[in-house]
Each structure stands twice: as structure tokens, then as C-alpha cells.
Design a protein around this ligand. Structure first.
Ligand code: PGA
Length: 257
């Protein structure tokens, strides 16, 4: 089944509002409007940059979405420092990354937290981009598929098939993130295929075939085409290379082919 690829830029903790406006404008200027027929694109800047980035894209009438990098599952209340789904929805966010390995590793986010965040996002009509991925120790042990598929099962616990179909999964091997050490297309494809198999078991063949699975981890303009050519890789979650308009656009162009 032909799935529409998604190229999402994860800016992480980079770009002030001023810098975000400049980068969004540069991306918008280079983005050909008809590309959005073939590829979905999302920018995921820090919270404070969401509205300014969205405003630039709306002004330019570009079909480029914005997404957040995290969210809290409660609706409102005494949760100092947190941001709700409703706040993201009001800005017009279409996506939100959850369970990024940096949040799991640096901020103690658990599989259960990821599941609660995904459910809250779905209830608010935002599409979660659920990140999974193994450490180098897990890969060296030879248990990558088991580890990653367990993360997938935990993330989707209690989510029904209709809702699951709206989710995106991002496979991001931790050893490939920000290291310049990309997974080979064969390595990335093998895990993405195992994820799809898990989604098939959890839901159905049709739903699993319709869902998008992204690869992330040092994807750049030089390796995007070969990674995206793999049958179970439906796009990319791009960190470093999303911070330069020319590289990010080149990756989008690779997804058009
Ligand atoms: P990277 O980051 O492209 O800089 O490796 C990807 C990610 O962490 O989402």
C-alpha cells in the first residue's frame, strides 16, 4: 500500500522566536506548494516557537504542519512547567512527538507516560509521533526487535484500532541520534518491518499497512533517499539536518521520489 511519507523536523531545544521565524520563512520560501500532494511535512520547534512558526506558514498558505515535542496528559491545573493538549490544539498543532529517547533518558519518561500522552493527544485530535528505539547495549545483545516492539505494545496499550490508525511511529536507534552514525537502510528496514508486524498483531493487516513508520537518527540529505527507498520506512524524524533550510528541503525532495 502506498503511504504518504511524513518528513518531520525535530528542532529540539534550538532557535529563539526570532531564529524560528527566519528558519520557517526560509523553509516556506523553498517549499513548492504542490509538494504537499506527495509528502506531508511538519516542523516541531520548541513550545514558544510554535505560534510564530504557524503564523509564518499560515501567512504563506503553505501546507506545512507544526507539531510540539512533548505534552502533558492532564487537561489543566497545578502542573508547573507543563503544556496541555488543548494549548497545542489552539495553536493549530497537528502532531506532537512523544517518548523521544532524550525525554526517556534525560527526563525519566516511562512507557506508561508515553501511553498516557498518546491517549491524551488522540482525545484532542492531534496525531502522536511515538518514538521508540534501542540503545547500543540492547543492539549488541541482539534483542533490538524484542525491545522496540515491547515499547510499541506499551505505547499503544488501550488505544483502539481507529485511534491507532492516526498515530505515527518513529524508530530512532539511540546510538544513531546526533552521532552522525546512521543505521544502515537494512538495519532500519528490519526494525521498521518488525514494528509493522507488531501493529498487525495488535490491530489488523489493513491498519498496520496504512500507518506510517518513520526512521530517525542522523538522517540527512546524503542518506535520506536510500533510507526512504526501504518499503517500511515512510518518512523521517530529522534532528540536526532540520535546522538548516537547504538540508531539510533536500530531505523533503528525497521523499518526493
Ligand atoms: P538527529 O536527531 O537527526 O540529529 O540524529 C533525530 C532525532 O532525535 O529525532
Amino acid at each position: 500500500m502506498a503511504r504518504k511519507p511524513l518528513i518531520a523536523g525535530n528542532w529540539k531545544m534550538n532557535n529563539t522566536i526570532g531564529e524560528a521565524v527566519v528558519l520557517t520563512q526560509e523553509i516556506s520560501n523553498r517549499f513548492e506548494p504542490d509538494w504537499s500532494d506527495t509528502v506531508d511535512v511538519a516542523l516541531c520547534p520548541p513550545f514558544v516557537d510554535l505560534k510564530p512558526a504557524k503564523t509564518v506558514l499560515e501567512f504563506d498558505k503553505q501546507h506545512i504542519a507544526v507539531g510540539a515535542q512533548d505534552v502533558y496528559w492532564e487537561e489543566k491545573g497545578a502542573y508547573t512547567g507543563e503544556i496541555s493538549v488543548g494549548m497545542l490544539a489552539e495553536i493549530g498543532c497537528a502532531y506532537c512527538i512523544v517518548g523521544h529517547s532524550e525525554r526517556r533518558g534525560l527526563f525519566g519518561e516511562t512507557n506508561e507516560d508515553v501511553n498516557k500522552k498518546a491517549k491524551a493527544l488522540l482525545a484532542g485530535h492531534l496525531a502522536p509521533i511515538i518514538c521508540v528505539g534501542e540503545s547500543l547495549a540492547v543492539r549488541d545483545e541482539g534483542t533490538t526487535d524484542e525491545f522496540v516492539c515491547a515499547q510499541v505494545r506499551a505505547a499503544f496499550a488501550g488505544i483502539d484500532e481507529n485511534e491507532a490508525a492516526k498515530c505515527v511511529v518513529a524508530y530512532e536507534p539511540i546510538w544513531a541520534i546526533g552521532t552522525g552514525r546512521t543505521a544502515t537502510p537494512e538495519q532500519a528496514q528490519a526494525v521498521c518491518a518488525a514494528i509493522r508486524e507488531t501493529l498487525k498483531e495488535l490491530y489488523s493487516q489493513d491498519t498496520a499497512e496504512a500507518m506510517r513508520i518513520l526512521y530517525g537518527g542522523s538522517m540527512n540529505e546524503g542518506n535520506a533517499a536510500i533510507l526512504l527507498a526501504e518499503p517500511d520506512i515512510d518518512g523521517g524524524l530529522i534532528g540536526g539536518a532540520s535546522l538548516k533550510a537547504t538540508s531539510f528541503i533536500a530531505i523533503i525532495e528525497a521523499a518526493l521520489k
